[in-house]
Design a protein around this ligand. Structure first.
Ligand code: ZN
Length: 201
């Protein structure tokens, strides 16, 4: 059995850090050592920030976003355009759109995408809540900001069918050449979609 160089408390810290995305056992060890060396400047504030976040995190009852207030910061922001709802699979996608300042609409977090192979059906996502929000007369457009994957597009089609009854325009993200992208480096699927969905100059 490999002997450990540190006591069980430190080994436990390393094991937990190693579960974070992007951190393997080696980098977890390095991160733990860094925290230990910066106990006052980093470890103590991190520890209390984790505890405060743990105590305060709630899921928004309107849109499914994760925040420390319910309804969330986005839902209660008076400057947002309440005629638009941007549908995302995950909170990470919402954060990405916010970083890009891509929209000033409201959001709806589905909690995943339909995936028959993984056993994820409509009842596992917040699709019913989205449909009822779409029937609100202030809502005019639903933007489906879902992944350009089979599951993402299956989910988009499923939702579009359900929204036929609602008096809203349903749109989806464009597929195409990324900003700064060179045609020669694009995969065939992206390039074909870009030509198919070309726009007037
Ligand atoms: Zn919300």
């Amino acid at each position: 059995m490999a002997s450990s160089v540190a006591g069980p408390e430190i080994e436990r810290l390393i094991q937990l850090l190693a579960r974070l995305p992007g951190l393997g056992p080696r980098s977890a060890r390095r991160a733990a050592l860094h925290l230990i060396k910066k106990r006052d400047a980093l470890m103590a504030p991190l520890s209390s920030a984790l505890q405060v976040a743990m105590d305060k995190i709630v899921v928004c009852k309107i849109c499914g976003n994760i925040d420390t207030q319910n309804p969330c910061t986005a839902c209660t922001d008076a400057r947002r355009d309440r005629s638009i709802i941007v549908v995302v699979a995950d909170v990470a996608d919402l954060w990405a759109l916010e970083r890009a300042h891509a929209t000033r609409g409201l959001y709806h977090v589905l909690g995943g995408t339909l995936s028959p192979l993984d056993g994820v059906g409509p009842q596992d996502l917040t699709i019913d809540a989205l449909v009822s929000r779409a029937h609100d007369e202030t809502v005019h457009e639903i933007i489906l900001a879902l992944n350009a994957t089979v599951d993402g597009q299956t989910t988009a089609h499923y939702i579009t069918d359900l929204l036929h009854e609602a008096n809203v325009k349903v749109t989806k993200l464009a597929h195409g050449v990324p900003v700064g992208g060179e045609l020669d480096y694009l995969d065939e699927g992206t390039l074909a979609a870009a030509v198919r969905e070309r726009t007037a100059f």
